[in-house]
Ligand binder design. Sequence first.
Ligand code: BGC
Length: 508
Amino acid sequence: MRLCLLLFCVTAVRGWSDTRIRKFKKEFLFGVATSAYQVEGAWDTDGKGESIWDKYLHDHPELIADGRNGDIACDSYHQYKRDVEMLRELGVDHYRFSISWPRVLPTGLTNDINEKGLQYYDNLINELLKYGIEPMVTIYHFDLPQSLQELGGWASPLVVQWFEDYTRLLFDRYADRVKFWITINQPSFCFESYGGITAPGIKSKGLGDYMCVKHVLLAHAKAYRLYEKEYKNKYKGSVGISLSLNFGHPLNNKTENQEAAEIFRDFTIGLYMNPIWSKYGDFPKTVRNRVMKKSKEQGYEKSRLPTLSSEEIKLLKGSADFVGINHYTSVFVEARTDSDEIFEVPSLQDDIGVLLTQSDEWVSGKSSWLKSAPYGIYKLCLYLNEKYNYPQTFVTEQGWSTGTSLNDRSRVDYLREYLIALLFAIEDGTKVMGYTVWSLMDNVEWNAGTSERFGLYEVDFEAEEKTRTARLSALVYKRIIQKRVVEKDWTPDSWKISITPRSERDEL
Ligand code: BGC
């Protein structure tokens, strides 16, 4: 039923319908993702330094939904061989994981290099390559060294150089084996970090968050240029950035809501895409004008949104081989009227000045913000194509939260429907290199602890060895990878998952 709804929505958008079987090409890469803080554990083992997430959740255990922080998590620091075994069971082409900055540089700076930390990632990368799985490395996934936070963190311009030094260390050590690099996961983390919601828990809405965005983007661009200049010729890898690209649909056809949706997209997509992918670079004009106007009204001499110099604009323009799409859900956007709720001032929400809702008809995940609206990914892809001239993309995250059950039918439906929508987008010209499910296994979902489970594998956090068990979705995803098609009615004969040799996989 839901599949029909999806097809209806997508075909209605495209203006035609048919029932042809659509296939992912052989070269299309299927994978799964995790991040260091969420799975590694071993938070102070073998010389690892403290990260902002270690400190934040140690200082505020009351903020974690079920009290479980990342101190032990899935214990992947010790169990990485089991993780790779699961990847082989799934038959994935790539594994996206992140490197913990304070694990390799406990002070954040290159004065103190932690060889044991570096060795851990060497071991993981070598284990992946042994079984023909492509490593995709995220250089930064939210876990800044606490020592750098104390020197200003992402609000300080100094962080750009610190990040470049850290990145050089990783390229020197791993670029011979790693061909896919993601500099930063979701620069929009700045709005949560400086909204006081996530680590480091600083409240500087509409100010510190914008400074953070500027420095994150510059840090990304510096890392990209470094690879381009010193490593690319030799190693031929690609460097991209992952953006949180959920989609804002206008609530209806009213002009004011269409305009509101466009403004929303300029702030949530354009803020990061424009500097890198647009013809003239820089932040979108609407964003610059709106924040400038509001800032003046609020008594600031200058805009709260930092400017980019012409040199910075040049550095940023074209600084990515692909855009990593992290897409989970959609929202409806409605223009605000004077009588509507007023947002905190100043803040991103107030600068955007729109109302957001989700449809009651969309199926809900375990996370309050997560609802299934598969045509959102189709609309997003077409939007990026039109606005940024068919950029090279890679879906670097998409996932669904449930409780602990192994029978995760809702995740199966979600993945199937979104993959079908993606096939439509590909058919309509979107350049997508691959697709990555968030996540390989249940992990520490930041403030939600382990109360929201995103894994294809369930993790028993009570067990000493953090036992991992395949869910129904793991078997379905394995089948999709093998067949390169989405079969809406397929169910496995048994729920046991085992490794399919690569040669047999290719014959299927
Ligand atoms: C983040 C992950 C997180 C997931 C689910 C993504 O935006 O990159 O770290 O676990 O969302 O909330």
